[in-house]
Design a protein around this ligand. Structure first.
Ligand code: TXA
Ligand code: MG
Length: 361
């Protein structure tokens, strides 16, 4: 299949939108990661997305809209919680899971009666959706299992020849996927942590007397004390819980290199990294390190660069990546740690201090 490349001029975006209307697959930038788009209302197009990505078809896609007013087309009733979250966070990196309108095909929702909806912050994305005259269903534009693409060139790498076209737009400002919040139950529940934190959602929903909780699966799978007791790197750990968000159960974000997370004090981790690096080097392994502190700026930088660095290291033929993980239960650090744990398949080393006794390597 020939994959057409468009730029972000109005003329090109209109051509890309016309392709979407014809049921073609078009990748496009958002502020989080690149999406692989199909017309939401075309069952045939949506089906092709799973094929192009090599993605299991019970993993639902997020439906992207260009204005808040489109939300009422996709769900029977716009609740107060939806309204307040849309006011506070849209356009932006928040996906709301809501009861689905009849017209949305089950192929898009992975057979569920609910649908994830997002109004992206990227103007390029919003224009494309608007010009398409529809709603764009889109998962991240990577091959299933590999790190999400945050630049157009990474999409080219994964999708050239597999889809109809790519909008070669801006690098993604944020760099990890949206926060997914489920609004279909009694208590709003975060199914995937992301750039918008649980605390921010909580402040927003408090205005209408609602609270928000973190999905139990995430709570437990990121419980550092519990992780310490697990045998390092056991994939079965992820299978131990029944995830509500279908996407949470698959292998995710994994680089070709072996990624090992290191937990502990910054200085001690830094020392241990250096030691491991030279030990591995002696064995002829190529090693790279990702080392960030826990300040807001450092976490922000980590979020912005994590996926791209994994891809760059693969390109450079790196064998082992050592990365310092984040232990905080709050804020954006919790979100990036979610991606890091999955990318590393829960492979962890505990360094120094409290952890001295359970160094697992
Ligand atoms: O930032 C993002 O969210 C990016 C950009 C392209 O918008 N998209 C993205 O899509 O990350 P994807 O398919 O890689 O991840 C969507 C996540 C999956 O974990 C999926 O299971 C969950 O959202 N999801 C979607 N619809 C859902 C639903 N109806 N119920 C529960 N989880 C849902
Ligand atoms: Mg994805």
């Amino acid at each position: 299949m020939e994959t057409q490349l468009w730029n972000t001029s109005d003329e090109d975006l209109k051509e890309a939108a016309a392709a979407l209307r014809e049921g073609k697959l078009v990748a496009f930038p958002t502020e989080t990661v690149y999406g692989l788009g199909a017309d939401t209302l075309s069952e045939r197009a949506a089906r092709k997305v799973y094929l192009a990505k090599g993605r299991p078809s019970d993993n639902p896609m997020i439906v992207h809209i260009h204005s808040v007013s489109q939300l009422s087309d996709l769900t029977p009733i716009v609740s107060k919680a939806m309204q307040v979250l849309a006011d506070d966070f849209w356009p932006g990196p928040l996906t709301m899971v809501v009861p689905k309108a009849e017209k949305i095909p089950y192929v898009v929702t992975g057979g569920l009666e609910t649908v994830g909806v997002r109004l992206p912050g990227s103007e390029t994305a919003r224009k494309l959706i608007e010009y398409s005259g529809s709603y764009i269903a889109a998962p991240s534009a990577n091959l299933s299992g590999s790190p999400s693409p945050t630049t157009a060139n990474r999409v080219v790498e994964d999708m050239m020849g597999r889809i109809d076209g790519i909008v070669m737009g801006e690098a993604c400002q944020i760099g990890i996927e949206s926060t997914v919040v489920d609004l279909t139950g009694e208590i709003p529940t975060v199914l995937r942590p992301g750039y918008i934190t649980v605390e921010e959602l909580s402040r927003s929903l408090a205005k209408i007397g609602k609270e928000v909780v973190l999905d139990k699966h995430i709570e437990e799978s990121q419980d550092i004390q519990k992780l310490k007791k697990m045998e390092s790197g056991k994939e079965s750990f992820a299978d131990e819980f029944k995830p509500k968000s279908p996407g949470m159960k698959y292998k995710h974000y994994a680089p070709k290199a072996e990624l090992i997370l290191m937990l502990g004090d910054y200085d001690q981790v830094e020392d241990k990294m250096e030691k491991l690096k030279s030990e591995y080097a002696k064995k002829g392994k190529k090693v790279e390190c990702i080392l960030h502190g826990d300040s807001e700026e450092e976490i922000e930088l980590e979020i912005n660069t994590f996926f791209e660095r994994l891809r760059k290291f693969d390109e450079d033929g790196i064998d082992i990546i050592l990365a310092r993980g984040h232990e905080q239960r709050k804020g954006k650090g919790f979100a990036i740690m979610n991606r890091m744990l999955k990318a590393a398949s829960y492979k962890l080393i505990y360094v120094g201090g409290d952890y001295e006794d359970c160094d697992s390597m």
